[in-house]
Design a protein around this ligand. Structure first.
Ligand SMILES: CC(C)(COP(=O)(O)OP(=O)(O)OC[C@H]1O[C@@H](n2cnc3c(N)ncnc32)[C@H](O)[C@@H]1OP(=O)(O)O)[C@@H](O)C(=O)NCCC(=O)NCCS
Length: 268
């Protein structure tokens, strides 16, 4: 099975002055802000019937909030980059469950993650992206899973890290690897011990995966950002063949930038 990402999207109507031409946006929404975000942006009314049914089947209020927050965040975010109202987006799922925008020719790709306390959505155009967030440092129990998810060399690197840094190192490696598999669309269906993410001398990260065809290897960009001192945020971007350098990633706040402005507030 190959880990090849889908090809970059077709030319799209937003090429002129496109805010995504020069980079990727990652939008953050704190779980505790979901009720306010939902009240201000249309709440359950923006979801499809099928999404509302999934929401209603969730037993725990936190799971419902994350589900609703993720649906609303992706819809609001996508509408920043295309002339489509938030309620009108429709999604389809790939073989391993990766959602993508259905039908529309906007060239947009997005990916979502939700963890206890944070929902994040990455969006790119003409490129492919994956995102994953986990609380950092990882709990000591989590480190026991290292043999299942890291290559022997990655495990050794982890073991040789300073003991008080191992929880952060584990979380960083985990989110980097998961973001990569989410960009490819395979998620955990790809064995995490079958490829590795390594730190480069300059501080950056690189994915080492024999299943990426040779010419595509330079197109992959992996990053881990620290968010709110509590979360490791893994970002994987497969650049387009036209990109000539690293893709800048902008972190953006859903609450600060996506809520409708009060009437009379002309400021942007
Ligand atoms: C993708 C996956 C790694 C996410 O795991 P997680 O850490 O629990 O969850 P995260 O919060 O980081 O991400 C969840 C989101 O990723 C997206 N997602 C789901 N499957 C995905 C995939 N294969 N690739 C990329 N993204 C995926 C969805 O938007 C999902 O959120 P939603 O269900 O609210 O829409 C995991 O669900 C997985 O491995 N799925 C594939 C497993 C499989 O083989 N499925 C086959 C039958 S569908």
């Amino acid at each position: 099975m190959t880990a090849t990402a889908r090809p970059a999207g077709p030319p799209h109507p937003a090429a002129e002055g496109d805010p995504l031409a020069g980079g990727a946006d990652v939008w953050l929404l704190a779980e505790e802000d979901v009720p306010r975000f939902a009240a201000a942006t249309g709440g359950l009314g923006l979801l499809t019937e099928e999404e509302r049914a999934r929401h209603d089947r969730l037993l725990f209020p936190a799971a419902r909030a994350r589900f609703l927050g993720a649906r609303l965040l992706s819809r609001q975010v996508l509408s920043q980059y295309a002339d489509v109202p938030p309620a009108q987006w429709r999604f389809e799922k790939g073989k391993f469950g990766r959602p993508t925008v259905q039908g529309a020719d906007w060239g947009l790709d997005f990916n979502l993650t939700h963890t206890n306390g944070l929902i994040a959505a990455i969006v790119v155009r003409g490129r492919t992206a994956g995102v994953d967030a986990e609380t950092t440092p990882a709990r000591p129990e989590a480190l026991r899973f290292a043999p299942k998810v890291f290559t022997p060399l990655e495990q050794e690197i982890l073991r040789r890290d300073r003991e008080d840094q191992q929880g952060h190192a584990f979380a960083d490696s985990w989110v980097a690897k998961e973001a990569y598999t989410k960009a490819t669309g395979m998620g955990m269906a790809r064995g995490f011990d079958a490829f590795s993410v390594h730190r480069l001398r300059g501080g950056g990260l690189a994915v080492v995966d024999d299943e990426i065809p040779e010419p595509e290897r330079p197109l992959w960009q992996i990053q881990v950002l620290q968010v709110w001192d509590r979360f490791a945020l893994g970002i994987a971007i497969r650049a387009s063949e036209d990109d000539t350098g690293p893709i800048p990633v902008r972190l953006r706040s859903a609450m600060a930038e996506l809520l409708p402005r009060p009437a009379g507030d002309g400021a942007r």
